[in-house]
Ligand binder design. Structure first.
Ligand code: UDX
Ligand code: ADP
Length: 468
């Protein structure tokens, strides 16, 4: 296997697999990278001018490499056969059934990949876990691979978790804080390190054993989420005491041991990783007989649930204890700015609460459309109640609509709820928006994005997280 003839396959063309492989292909023109997925429409989108995911800068990266050494295809078995390195980058959602339901990771898709690899492999393959997985998953992957019927097939398994954040994926991939590679075979670790070494300095490539690598990914996400929950816990205390959460965050963040990042109070963290990975960590702790450790980490998720609920309760209470038949403009539905990803977005929970209070919602998000919004609401209501009742379907059908601008959403509304920190919301003509709204005009800033003084002067009644 010479470096110039290296062939890479990645199973799973999602938010992680797509951008990561596009970057490898861009940085290593001599390496052939095949990204495969069973989802035909997703692959078609990767091959089109409208990529299936929105990430600043990603279009350019894909355009540079696609058709040269980057290919998107549904031919899973052929790609496995011809590759030297195979990344597993499929989804690992929280289980919704059976043992560990609501906590453990559903490893069905990972296991299916391992079986596919075992079935189609001939010769030596380096199999790399890219998806975030419970500690010791590599053990199961190895056992499945080693059951391959082809006697010529042999495998090394590595863990190489991805630390990119959505919205900044391209920068994160181009200049990562670190690349983490865990494994047993030094030779396999060095092979993968050589790929990243084309553009990442050796000092930033951390090599560990398999289990440290698997656990580090869960721990990193747990620590990050814990910071958000910590500042959100302080935001509730700020509201009660007259302190200002941004001032507190600034004051504590200047301590170099604490640092300024990830201290932005919000309506709650979302995304496909934080909640899932912490619940996974909690499940692992319980499994290994560590209930105190499990309870400690679970509190991070419970605090996040509290923060989302606290926000919707504040909306209802502030608006004279009823939002029934009132139009509320929802600004932003994605879980953070610069992405079209809505998985676990706080907006889903807040919208669900407001719908249950019989509010009429007009939603504007620059990258998220009506179908996706409805699907998320239906998914949440179905998973919470076991089934989607006629009442809930009706609530969604009758009371959720989208607008094509923030201003249009706010026109005629009793209130605006800012749920995603899209930059364009700061540049809205608030005088005109105020004039177009019912009075009193409320603005609930779930991201502390707006200039409160300016809005107050215009006449808005403003509620912001952690501001008294
Ligand atoms: C996260 C990790 O950052 C990344 O390393 C890992 O690979 C995947 O999970 P991501 O979920 O894409 O990335 O976004 P991130 O920027 O971490 O934000 C997660 C959530 O926390 C968002 O909803 C964001 O709005 C929220 N957040 C973040 C805050 O509310 N306050 C903050 O200060 C930071
Ligand atoms: P992530 O955010 O971790 O990238 P996504 O859900 O965005 O997760 O992407 C995972 C992708 O993996 C999906 O497009 C899904 O179709 C794909 N996938 C899941 N199982 C398989 C499989 N056995 N073979 C090929 N692709 C798969």
């Amino acid at each position: 296997m010479s470096e110039t003839s290296l062939k890479i396959c990645c199973i799973g063309a999602g938010y992680v697999g797509g951008p990561t492989m596009a970057m490898i292909a861009k940085q290593c023109p001599d390496i052939e990278v095949n990204v495969v997925d069973i989802n035909e429409s997703r692959i078609a989108a990767w091959n089109s001018d409208t990529l299936p995911i929105y990430e600043p800068g990603l279009d350019e990266v894909v355009k540079e490499a696609r058709g040269r050494n980057l290919f998107f295809t549904t031919e899973v078995s052929a790609a496995i056969k011809s590759s030297d390195m195979i990344f597993i980058s499929v989804n690992t959602p929280t289980k919704t059934f059976g043992i560990g339901s609501g906590r453990a990771a559903n490893l069905e898709f990972v296991e299916k990949c391992a079986r596919e690899i075992a079935l189609h492999s001939d010769g030596h393959k380096i199999v790399i876990e890219k998806s975030t997985l419970p500690v010791r998953t590599a053990e199961a992957v190895k056992r499945i691979l080693n059951s391959a019927s082809n006697e010529n097939a042999s495998f090394d398994v590595l863990s190489n978790p991805e630390f990119l954040a959505e919205g900044t994926a391209v920068e994160d991939l181009l200049d990562p804080d670190r690349v983490l590679i865990g494994g047993e075979s030094q030779e396999a670790i060095e092979r993968l390190a050589d790929v990243y070494g084309r553009w990442v300095t050796p000092a930033s490539i951390i090599k560990t054993n398999l289990w440290s690598s698997e656990l580090s990914k869960l721990a990193a996400n747990a620590f990050l989420a814990q910071r958000v929950s910590s500042i959100n816990a302080i935001s509730a205390l700020c509201e009660a005491t007259g302190a200002d959460v941004d001032e507190v965050a600034n004051a504590i963040g200047t301590d170099s041991r604490i640092g300024p990042k990830f201290l932005k109070s919000s309506v709650g963290f979302g995304g496909s990783c934080f909640q899932k990975d912490i619940l996974n960590l909690v499940y692992l702790c319980e499994h290994f007989g560590l209930p105190e450790v499990a309870a400690y980490w679970e509190q991070v998720v419970l605090m996040n649930d509290y923060q989302k609920r606290r926000f919707s309760t504040a909306v209802v209470k502030t608006m004279f204890n009823t939002v029934s038949d009132k139009k509320i403009a929802i600004w932003g539905f994605a879980f953070k700015k610069d992405t079209n990803d809505t998985r676990e977005s706080a907006a889903i929970y807040v919208c669900r609460d407001l719908l249950e209070e019989r509010a009429r919602l007009t939603i504007y998000d620059p990258k998220v459309g009506l179908e996706q919004i409805k699907q998320e609401l239906i998914y949440l209501m179905t998973s919470e109640y076991g089934t989607l009742s006629e009442k809930h379907r009706q609530l969604i059908d009758d009371n959720v609509e989208v607008a094509n601008s923030a201003e249009a959403a706010a026109s005629g509304a009793h209130a605006i709820a800012v749920l995603t920190e899209w930059d364009e919301f700061k540049d809205v003509d608030f005088d005109a928006v105020y004039r177009s709204m019912k009075k009193p005009a409320f603005l609930f800033d779930g991201r502390n994005l707006m200039d409160r003084c300016k809005l107050n002067k215009i006449g808005f009644e403003v509620y912001a997280m952690g501001k008294s």
